[in-house]
Write a protein that binds this ligand. Structure first.
Ligand SMILES: *Cc1c(COP(=O)(O)O)cnc(C)c1O
Length: 429
């Protein structure tokens, strides 16, 4: 598999290099040079396979002979070793694609677990690796669990103190072993900027074997293509015909994966890019101007991003396929309307959380007669227990993953957003 750098088309790398590097020169994103294209016949065969078998086949089409099929298949089995995505009906023409039945109860388990398997496979000389990442909530837990207890790997996760939910924090700050967590006295953007500085520090990078694990890594994106095929396979012929998918967007990786699935032959009719009030992309789609504003904190905290990392990949795909960007659905939902929608959903018997509720709202308002709509359930509502309970005025149960950890003390270090301090910490640890 060959990929090019979106900021420097002369930089061409293979899959292994792209996974290890994360980003290319000038912080450019890698994008596949060739996209597979499935015939109707192949698609029919793929849709009849089970989730694991089909996922291995799809990723093999992308990655090619750089990783042997048997090895890839084994990695996928290990990565996706949890409850499959589910479709739960919500109204007569809308259902939720629940992607939150993994070990950390968010869709990020798919990408993070596949990436950890691939990195482990590529680290043939068993070099020491330090994974450094910043999280606005769910990435931290997914990455921590994906690399937990792996030999020669140390994981360091920065997060904004007090800006993620209590249970989100418990999920990754109680593990210990090779997982080190640091609560930064600042915003998510400050955490991300510390990580960027670390990656620009050549000496630090060498000494610690620094590797990134954020959502721009191509392995995470490819893994996410697989559940769009699974969703399609789970639907009846009738519902497949006019399928609209609404996606709660933050860094726009999930949407890009869905567009990639469509681009290689999965006949999804259209997508809706749904955001909260951090609406850089919806405003761009409306007036063609890219004008990020200061990030505002909301209850859908994983979407509090005003400079979405993966958007250039989505745009590139539109260009490559000669699709019209005007046909992409979009919209943003205020905090007040998000809360109202969670209540509306609860009244029809579906308990949801802020991220999925935003996607549902825009789908419900934009879906046409004869269409069938899926909105993505990106996190388990119990991860936002306090918020959701306060809004719907009802108690919600904790799944066993959260019940187990809710009373374990946090092991996090505290730090000011000061790169010198972080640098020293990384060198000592
Ligand atoms: C990360 C996350 C998102 C945003 O996904 P992107 O791929 O970054 O657009 C949405 N909802 C939840 C719950 C998340 O954790």
């Amino acid at each position: 598999m060959k990929l090019y750098n979106l900021k420097d088309k002369n930089e061409i790398v293979n899959f292994s290099q792209a996974v290890k590097l994360g980003l290319g020169k000038k912080q450019g994103l890698f994008f596949p040079m060739q996209l597979p294209s499935f015939s109707k016949n192949t698609l029919t065969k793929l849709l009849k396979m089970n989730f694991i078998e089909r996922s291995s086949k799809i990723l093999n089409y992308f990655i090619g002979d750089e990783i042997k099929f048997s090895i890839l298949d084994e990695k996928i089995k290990k990565a996706f070793n949890f409850t499959k995505p589910k479709i739960v009906s919500v109204t007569n023409n809308i259902a939720c694609l629940e992607l939150f039945h993994g070990p950390t109860l968010a869709f990020k388990d798919f990408g993070a677990r596949f990436m950890s398997q691939i990195l482990l496979h590529l680290n043939k000389e068993n070099k020491k690796i330090t994974i450094l990442t910043a999280t606005s909530g769910d990435t931290g837990a997914a990455v921590a669990h994906a690399f937990y207890r792996m030999k020669n790997v140390k994981v360091i996760i920065l997060y904004p103190k007090g800006k993620i939910s209590e249970l989100q924090e418990k999920l990754f700050c109680t593990l210990g072993n090779n997982i080190i967590t640091i609560a930064i006295n600042g915003s998510f953007d400050e955490c991300q900027s510390l990580v960027k500085k670390a990656f620009n520090d050549e000496e630090l990078k060498k000494v610690t074997g620094l590797n990134s694990a954020n959502s721009i890594n191509i392995s995470r994106l490819l893994a996410q293509i697989c559940y769009y095929f699974e969703a399609f396979a789970l639907l009846s012929e009738e519902k497949r015909k006019q399928l609209v998918i609404s996606i709660p967007c933050g860094n726009f990786g999930n949407l890009t994966a869905g567009l990639l699935a469509k681009s290689i032959g999965l006949p999804i009719k259209s997508f809706i890019a749904s955001t909260n009030i951090n609406d850089t992309v919806p405003r761009f789609l409306l007036n063609g101007k890219w004008e990020p504003k200061k990030t505002i904190s909301t209850i859908s905290n994983a979407m509090d991003i005003s400079q979405p990392n993966n958007w250039p990949r989505a745009e590139e795909l539109f260009k490559r396929k000669k699709w019209n960007l005007k046909r992409l659905g979009f919209g943003s939902v205020s905090e007040k309307l998000t809360k109202k929608t969670i209540i509306e959903l609860s009244n029809i018997g579906y308990i949801s959380e802020p991220h999925a509720a935003i996607a549902y709202r825009l789908l419900k308002d934009q879906i046409k007669k004869d269409e069938f709509g899926l909105f993505l359930g990106t996190a388990h509502p119990a991860k936002f227990k306090n918020t959701v309970e306060n809004i719907i005025n009802k108690k919600i149960n904790l799944p066993k993953e959260l019940e187990k950890i809710k009373n374990i003390p946090l092991l996090s270090y505290n730090m000011k957003p000061d790169f010198k301090k972080l640098r020293m910490f990384l060198l000592e640890k």
